[in-house]
Design a protein. Sequence first.
Length: 572
Amino acid sequence: MKKIREKLGQILLKEGLVTEEQLEKALEIQKKDGSRLGDTLINLGIVTEKDIVIAMAKQLSIPYASYAKGLLKPAENQDLAKLIPEDCARKSILLPISRHLNSLTVAFMDPLDLITIDNLKRMTGCEINPIIATKSDLQRAITEFYGKEDLLKDAISDSYELEEFKIEKDKDQDQDLSLDDLIARAEEAPVVKLVDLILMQAIRDRASDIHIEPFKNKINIRYRIDGVLYEIPPPTRHLLPAIVSRIKILSNLDIAERRLPQDGAFYVKVENKGIDIRVSTIPAIFGEKVVMRILDKSATPLNLGDLGFDPEELEKFRRSISSPNGLVLITGPTGSGKTTTLYAALNEIKSPHKNISTVEDPVEYKMEGINQVQIKPSIGFTFASALRAFLRQDPDIIMVGEVRDLETAQICIRASLTGHLVLSTLHTNDAPSAISRLIDIGLEPYLISSSLIMVGAQRLVRRLCPECKEAYETTPALAKDFGIKQELLYKPKGCDFCSHTGYRGRVAIYEIIMVNDKLRELIARGASLTEIKAKSKEGGLRSLLESGIRKAEEGMTSVEEVLSITLVAGES
């Protein structure tokens, strides 16, 4: 008698990974859009990709292979790369692991893809023995197996042998080359290959930025991964003008202009993912410094449930963005994820029945159903002028990239008071300071109190690597100083999966102030920041530090990481 396969939802329920209510909600969504249950639960932020893969392994009675545990390393001397070529492995996200007689073991992201399995049977002449792994683990293992990581090392090593690029050391390298020379060198095969590989490796390493920095006798190349900069071995210093020129050509910048900063952008496709690259150049004393910002939209969650809100914070935020009018502010320094949070909010509330417009500098995420506008200060098209135009176009919701000046702030306030919901960002250390900042800009306190409905502050902390994090006992000092109630906390260790950093990915921590009647009275009479903070605490405000400590108690991050982020932000 054929054994009946247990449903995925029931397995997740048994494991305590979902509740009945969460499963019912996911099944309702699944019926509407036809998506897979696992994908729906991941998109809702209820489970992780690894949770789903392990549950599927149990459901299908097949092994789960983890990269960190060395189970995605193909057997040697079996010609597996000839059996399954690289383009096939990358396209279908699968990896040959071993061959025994006529049986080929293959790791799949989706072992239920029967068409792919049939194609592999015909291509290899083998029976396919499927095992399952996460998409991220497979992509990393595929890269290692087919040797792409070594290509960058080889290209950098080869750069030191390129005699045709060498220039006499006593010459000013960047100023001595003619425009024709720069173009010719930028289009040489070794330079094109090197720039391509620098970009490809950064994308595969999940870098958010690439820094190319010139010094007297060397180039520094650094990737920013999870908010931290890491150096990679640099090519020879003599290639700098050619590398910079190649990047400028890709970005449609003026390669002859080396005295002024320039900004540009280009688009690349890596492993079937579209990536936007924003480029900024600035003249330094030893040549031009280049910073490339990598905007991989597929790696950025645009669902509120995935960002890091605690349930109470998420409920407050959702209530605020559901208001028909008013001003909602997200504060924090550059790179703290403010824009991502606002886009996740727009993604949740957008509807064919709402007219939503954004004004940004620049537009970071392109979204269907939303009118997005990029300012151009060089021709007088500023935040303020765009907002004035918006108000003549019957908007329901407006997102402003940043409140930078009094004029922009006044128009935002006016719009929020005349029936529009306005979302924007502000640069302050915490949520209560946003009110003081608006007053410092020049807004009248009574206008702020009448329009402001919520202020949120946020930071990004690194997530502990799920494969190698280590538990340790909470010390009495930690428990006393930070009110930690958990007996066990976690710290980073380091493994292959996290490139031996102990961390992989980031999660946001928040503090949320809902502006109630008592706070409105304080703001309207120009109360001090101390009074506003005290009243916010009475209303249940959880600070960034407290939010971070809760994440540490849940095992998402370490206490040290939280303190490094929040104490710098002025928490105490």
